[in-house]
Design a protein around this ligand. Structure first.
Ligand SMILES: Cc1cc2nc3c(=O)[nH]c(=O)nc-3n(C[C@H](O)[C@H](O)[C@H](O)COP(=O)(O)OP(=O)(O)OC[C@H]3O[C@@H](n4cnc5c(N)ncnc54)[C@H](O)[C@@H]3O)c2cc1C
Length: 371
């Protein structure tokens, strides 16, 4: 392989698109292809919350990887925005995890102490002080946990910038072309057969999210990812109705610069079904109004549905294939693909450019069978 490897990236969600841009910006000749259009998979539905300390207050590999990736985010967004000449919606103004019962308040106040011990600023906010931070939050809430380092990113703008940045570096984007099979080329290299053509390159990156299991990799087991549906609402609300990410046990709210509020999200194991349901809409609206009662009167502007790619242990699968030399997996990001995008892109770049580089052991495809 010369100094400018040719790389095929299969799948243009936030993971494939940012990895493709990262590779192209490092000098690779990249062709990104997507069965639909880049960004139209789970990425389209994502709320873009960047918050490793919201779901897991206890230390875990996922939490540590999330923190590592969050620490890369400022520089990642700045570099991508400059490189693509695109604006990316990106805010780091904190999350407020609101307790609606005394039991939740006790749990969150204990979590605050644990997080401080781990070096994370996690401020316990007594109920009387919540209105100073989030004026429209549930008036009876007994307390909340404020984590200032958290934030959110506009995932559509991030993915579009990655595609634009890729093109700036001479990368090619092929739409409406689904990979069917990945195989080795005798003598070196990787072959990807799609429904439209067959391509050969030095390396390939398999980043097809929930659909990764449907692509045959020569001499390998199917990638063990399955789709977990998530539904998310966009409400039109007056600007300022919500000002931080507001998190509750049953869901969350994300304020958008134009005043609209994202309300997420369901977690449903229903196969490859991307339809929206009335039941989810009602459930999410009820949850939103419990956290911020003023949202009871907001207008529904949109419903987004996506299939989160879930692996066997909730951790992504990122690393080299043992079956097809030159193939790198970057999939199974489940509920954290946006948060983990900078870390994944960085890791994919190392694996592509440095033959001696190893993956992060917890993400090794080898833990999932013969891949
Ligand atoms: C409602 C909801 C809310 C979420 N909120 C958050 C959040 O706040 N924070 C966070 O970090 N994560 C969140 N997530 C998770 C996040 O969206 C996913 O982890 C992430 O989008 C996965 O990205 P991906 O690129 O792997 O997959 P996708 O975005 O699904 O991209 C896969 C791409 O591969 C393409 N493809 C499929 N088959 C083929 C083929 N055969 N050949 C070529 N291309 C193919 C698809 O068309 C698609 O574009 C949320 C997800 C949902 C559904």
């Amino acid at each position: 392989m010369g100094s400018a490897p040719a790389v095929l990236v299969i799948g243009g969600g936030v993971i494939g698109a940012t990895a493709a841009w990262e590779l192209a910006s490092a000098g690779a000749r990249v062709r990104l292809f997507d069965a639909r259009r880049p960004g139209d998979g789970a990425t389209r539905a994502s709320a873009g919350v960047l918050a490793p300390y919201l779901e897991g207050h206890a230390a875990s590999p996922l939490r540590e990887l999330g923190r590592e990736s969050l620490d890369l985010y400022d520089a990642f967004v700045a570099r991508l925005s400059a490189d693509s000449d695109r604006a990316i919606v990106y805010r780091r103004d904190g999350s407020l995890e609101v307790a609606l019962t005394m039991a939740e308040a006790e749990r969150l106040s204990a979590a605050s102490a644990v997080l401080w011990r781990d070096g994370v600023e996690a401020r316990w906010v007594p109920g009387a002080v919540i209105p100073d931070i989030e004026p429209n939050a549930a008036p009876d809430a007994p307390g909340a946990l404020l984590i200032p380092m958290h934030g959110h990113v506009g995932v559509t703008s991030l993915t579009a910038a990655a595609v634009a940045g890729l093109r700036q570096h001479g990368g090619e984007v092929v739409e409406a072309s689904g990979a069917i099979e990945v195989s080795r080329v005798p003598g070196g290299g990787v072959r990807v057969r799609s429904d439209a053509a067959t391509w050969e390159a030095d390396l390939a990156v398999l980043a097809a999210g929930s659909w990764s299991s449907r692509i045959t990799v020569e001499a390998a087991d199917p990638v063990p990812v399955r789709p977990i549906r998530g539904q998310l609402l966009q409400l039109a609300a007056a600007p300022g109705t919500v000002s931080h990410i507001v998190w509750g046990t049953a869901g969350y709210l994300v304020p958008w610069p134009d005043g609209s509020v994202l309300v997420g999200a369901t977690v449903e194991d229903v196969g490859f079904d991307e339809s929206a349901t009335d039941e989810a809409r009602l459930e999410l609206l009820e949850m939103a109004a419990a956290l911020v009662p003023a949202l009871k009167h907001a207008t529904l502007a949109d419903v987004r549905v996506g299939l989160r790619p879930r692996g066997p242990d909730d951790l992504p699968i990122v690393g080299r294939s043992a079956a097809v030399p030159g193939l790198v997996y970057a999939t199974a990001h489940y509920r954290s693909g946006v948060l983990l995008a900078p870390l994944t892109a960085q890791l994919v770049r190392r694996l592509v450019f440095d033959p001696s580089a190893a993956t992060i052991p917890a993400l090794d495809p080898a833990r999932c069978g013969t891949l």
